[in-house]
Design a binder for this molecule. Structure first.
Ligand SMILES: [Zn+2]
Length: 78
């Protein structure tokens, strides 16, 4: 991997609240609670984690795979 970006800025689809979070490097985050409206976000179908669905940066395993926006073959295949 070349440029690993640990921070992803999530935009809440419910209220539009934007917050930058630091992603765990070895796990996917399935749930994310919006700090503003407390909506619990879940990944969109085909996405492996909330960062892939709502963040500006895909999760670390996806970055490592060199396939930004890669879908279906999630980094942590359920
Ligand atoms: Zn929200």
């Amino acid at each position: 991997m070349s440029e690993f970006i640990p921070d992803s800025t999530i935009t809440c689809p419910q209220c539009g609240h934007v917050k930058t979070e630091t992603m765990p490097t070895d796990a996917c985050q399935w749930f994310y609670e919006c700090a503003a409206c407390h909506a619990v976000l879940k990944p969109k179908p085909g996405d492996c984690c909330v960062y892939c669905s709502y963040g500006t940066v895909p999760c670390p395993p996806i970055q490592a795979s060199g396939r930004p926006g890669a879908q279906s073959e999630g980094c942590c295949a359920a």
